[in-house]
Design a protein around this ligand. Structure first.
Ligand code: PMP
Length: 306
C-alpha cells in the first residue's frame, strides 16, 4: 500500500513514518482505543468532509463511555482532520481519527497518557470494486454481537472490532462478501462494520439501536433523506428470516457507503440485484456530493472552514 506523506499525531503534523507508539502501549494489549471513520468527497464547491463534526462528536461520546480523556477540543480535532487532507492534497479520502491509552501503566484501570492521531488515505469501495452496482452475497454469521451490558455497542471502540473481525473473517473464509450478525436476542443486529436496511413494499425497515449495533451516521443520514423523499422508515425488531423474505436489502456505513446485498446464505434476495429503493437512496446519498441532492442539514463541511 502507498501511504500518504503526512499524519497528525499528538498535536501536530509529522511524516507518516514518525507516528509510532510503544509496543507496551495499553491499547495494543487491551483494545482501549476509540476511533472514527469519516469520508471526504469532491463536490462542485471543492472537497467537503461528510458530517465531520458529527463523527468527531461521536468520538468524544465513545471516549466518555470508556473514560478516555481526549486532551483536545472538538474544534481542534476538526482542524486536525482538515489539516491532514490539506497537507496530503487529498480530495476524496477516508479519515481515521483515533484516541487511545498509550504507554504508562499495565493495570486494566491504569491512567496512561492518551495519544491521539488522525490519518487519511484514499480508500476505494470497502466491500470490493463494483459492488455498489452489483451487490454482494452475504451470510449470517455464526458469531453473535455482544449482549447489552457487556461491551457497549454504542461506542466505536477498538476492542469491539474483535467481534467484527470474527464476523468478517468467517464470511470471507466461506466465500461471502460480508457477514451479518444477530444480537444476543437472536434478532437482526448489523453487519461486521455496517448497518442493515430491509425493504418491504417500498418502506425501509432497520433494526433499532437496542439490537447491539453502532448507531451509524450513514444510517441516520439515510433515514433523514428517505423520510424527506416520502419513503417510510420503520425502526423495529427484525427476525433473521426476514433477510430472505424482503424485496431489497442493503448495508450502509462510511466505508461501505450503500452496498446492495443480492443474496443471504445462498438464498436470492428479491430480484437478486439492487432494487428501486436501494437505487433511489444511492442517488440521494451520492447526490449530496455532485450537488443533485441539496445539503439541507449542513452535512458537507468544507475543507477550508468559512
Ligand atoms: N456498525 C459498525 C459496527 C461499524 O463499524 C460501522 C462503521 N463505522 C457502522 C455500523 C456504520 O457507521 P457509520 O455510518 O457511522 O460509518
Amino acid at each position: 500500500m502507498q501511504y500518504p506523506e503526512w499524519i497528525w499525531h499528538n498535536g501536530g503534523i509529522k511524516p507518516w513514518a514518525e507516528a509510532t507508539t510503544h509496543v507496551m502501549a495499553h491499547a495494543l494489549h487491551y483494545g482501549s482505543s476509540v476511533f472514527e471513520g469519516i469520508r471526504s468527497y469532491r463536490t462542485p464547491d471543492g472537497p467537503a468532509i461528510f458530517r465531520l463534526s458529527d463523527h468527531n462528536r461521536r468520538l468524544f461520546a465513545s471516549a466518555k463511555i470508556h473514560e478516555i480523556e481526549i486532551p483536545y477540543t472538538l474544534d481542534q480535532l476538526n482542524a486536525a482532520c482538515r489539516e491532514v487532507l490539506h497537507r496530503n492534497a487529498l480530495g476524496t479520502a477516508y479519515l481515521r481519527p483515533i484516541a487511545f491509552r498509550g504507554l504508562g501503566g499495565f493495570g486494566l484501570s491504569a491512567e496512561t497518557p492518551v495519544d491521539v492521531a488522525v490519518g487519511a488515505w484514499n480508500w476505494g469501495t470497502y466491500l470490493g470494486e463494483g459492488v455498489l452496482e452489483t451487490g454482494i452475497d452475504a451470510c449470517v454469521s455464526s458469531w453473535q454481537r455482544f449482549a447489552p451490558n457487556t461491551i457497549p455497542a454504542g461506542a466505536k471502540a477498538g476492542g469491539n472490532y474483535l467481534s467484527g473481525q470474527l464476523v468478517a473473517r468467517e464470511a470471507r473464509r466461506l466465500g461471502f462478501g460480508e457477514g451479518i450478525a444477530l444480537a444476543s436476542t437472536g434478532l437482526l443486529s448489523e453487519g461486521a462494520g455496517e448497518n442493515l436496511f430491509l425493504v418491504f413494499d417500498g418502506a425501509l425497515h432497520t433494526p433499532p439501536t437496542s439490537a447491539a449495533l453502532l448507531d451509524g451516521i450513514t444510517r441516520h443520514s439515510l433515514i433523514t433523506l428517505a423520510r424527506a423523499d416520502g419513503i417510510e422508515v420503520v425502526e423495529r425488531d427484525l427476525p433473521r428470516e426476514y433477510l430472505y423474505l424482503c424485496d431489497e436489502l442493503f448495508m450502509c456505513g462510511t466505508a461501505a457507503e450503500i452496498t446492495p446485498i443480492r443474496s443471504v446464505d445462498g438464498r436470492q434476495v428479491g430480484a437478486g440485484k439492487p432494487g428501486p429503493v436501494t437505487r433511489r437512496l444511492q442517488a440521494l446519498f451520492f447526490g449530496l456530493f455532485d450537488g443533485s441532492t441539496p445539503d439541507r442539514h449542513g452535512w458537507l463541511e468544507p475543507l477550508s472552514p468559512p
